[in-house]
Design a protein around this ligand. Structure first.
Ligand code: AMP
Ligand code: GLY
Length: 406
């Protein structure tokens, strides 16, 4: 089959690496792609947030399957436009992607499906914001209602900071604070049938020990040796299946990845957030352990045939991903500095570009992901940090504690 993969980040480079390994994938076209993807597939320019442009590219490239990586095109309705051309798409409709695009919508779906999550209040005025913060108490959790690239959430003990963040946003969701470790579980759905990948853990804050602001994710590892073996089954039964059933019953079946962001609280598993796509950088750690062919899996999900898919096969290894970010990230970043060492085995390109002389430049917030496997988390971690050591970027920074002590 011919696969068209939409996106430019580390998640998409990792997906591309797994797709080209699937013998059923005869050709892979990435749009717009990045230098890492260009080294293994053909890249074509496209405005990935424009439904008409992506649909036209899917037609001209003769794609049998379109895989949409990031959330913005999904929320913009790109999957709907491609589906309208009669082409199979892995990625939810714009309506179903609201599970990520609107925190208030996600809360409404969870309430209807009886899915455990933090108590919350949707606030559209300063008075509502103040009342909700007082009611739910510290630590304060204030979330921008719309898409914010993982940076729209503030968790703080300071009432003034919570109020200030809330006032900057049009509409916010104020939540009860959830204690306990966070886990990401990605569920592949064909609208009716669903299958989980390995659970992973992400590191959201920019600095070691969880210091500093939230980011899109600074590193990840999988599997979770400390988690109960029943975790994935429990999340499927209490979170994923009820949510997918609720979306289907609303006439908006969810085809794609339901990203379940979970807190394992003292009162049980609760949803922190849903996303409508694979998590970045978690999927960079998960895919190297997947032994089943990815193209076949996504094609079956896109066509509503996931029930014909065999149980997923996984390696017994562990994998670790460490993000190297640009100076200033998650704030304003310095763009365009050269980065060397990107041809090292295990480097996944996330925010890079090639200049006229063929040099690789650091152009994004998260620049590269350094990924390695090992027979346990500790050895995968050592190997991943050896990849980090091989990468040189002025002003680049990374966390030193990814998968430490696991
Ligand atoms: P979100 O965009 O909703 O995933 O939030 C980003 C991050 O903020 C999460 O990964 C958590 O680390 C933190 N967070 C969000 N909601 C809560 C909550 N209710 N309690 C504690 N931490 C939270
Ligand atoms: N790693 C968090 C996310 O992809 O949203």
């Amino acid at each position: 089959m011919r696969v068209l993969l939409i996106g430019t980040g580390g998640r998409e480079h990792a997906l591309a690496q797994a797709l080209v390994h699937d013998p059923a994938v005869e050709s892979l076209i990435c749009a717009p792609g990045n230098p890492g993807m260009a080294s293994i597939a053909e890249c074509k320019p496209v405005n990935s947030n424009d439904p008409g442009s992506v649909a036209a590219l899917a037609v001209t490239t003769g794609a049998d399957l379109v895989v949409i990586g990031p959330e913005a095109p999904l929320v913009a309705g790109v999957a709907d436009a491609v589906r309208a051309k009669g082409i199979a798409v892995y990625g939810p409709s714009g309506e179903a992607a609201r599970i990520e695009g609107s925190k208030a919508f996600a809360k409404d779906v969870m309430a209807a499906a009886d899915v455990p999550t933090a108590q919350s209040r949707v606030c559209s005025s300063d008075a509502e914001l103040e009342a909700a913060l007082n009611e739910l108490g510290a630590p304060y959790v204030v979330k921008d209602d719309g898409l914010a690239g993982g940076k729209g959430v503030i968790v703080t003990d300071e009432l003034d900071a919570a109020l200030a963040h809330g006032r900057e946003c049009d509409r916010v969701v104020v939540e009860e604070y959830l204690d306990g470790p966070e886990v990401s579980l990605f569920v592949i759905s064909d609208g009716t049938n669903a299958a989980p990948l390995l659970p992973a853990q992400d590191y959201k804050r920019v600095g070691d020990g969880g210091a500093g602001p939230n980011t899109g994710g600074m590193g990840a590892y999988t599997p979770l040796p400390w988690a109960p073996d029943t975790l994935a089954d429990e999340v499927m039964e209490t979170v994923a299946r009820p949510t997918l059933r609720e979306l289907a019953s609303r006439g908006t079946p969810f085809v794609g990845t339901l990203y379940c962001g979970l807190a394992l609280t003292s009162k049980g598993v609760k949803v922190v957030e849903f996303n409508a796509r694979f998590g970045d950088p978690e999927i960079q750690a998960i895919l190297p352990l997947l032994e089943s062919p990815l193209g076949d899996l996504l094609y079956k999900a896109a066509n509503g045939n996931l029930d014909e898919s065999e149980a997923l096969q996984w390696s017994n290894d562990a994998a670790v991903c460490v993000v190297v970010a640009n100076e200033g990230y998650p704030g304003e970043v310095v763009k365009g500095r050269p980065i060397v060492g990107t041809d090292t085995e295990g480097v996944v390109h996330a925010g890079t570009a090639t200049d006229d002389d063929g040099r690789i430049l650091a152009t994004g917030g998260r620049v590269v992901n350094c990924v390695a496997t090992g027979n346990d988390v500790a050895s995968a971690r050592d190997a991943a940090y050896r990849v980090v050591d091989a990468v040189k970027l002025e002003g680049g920074h990374y966390r030193n504690d990814i998968a430490q002590g696991i």
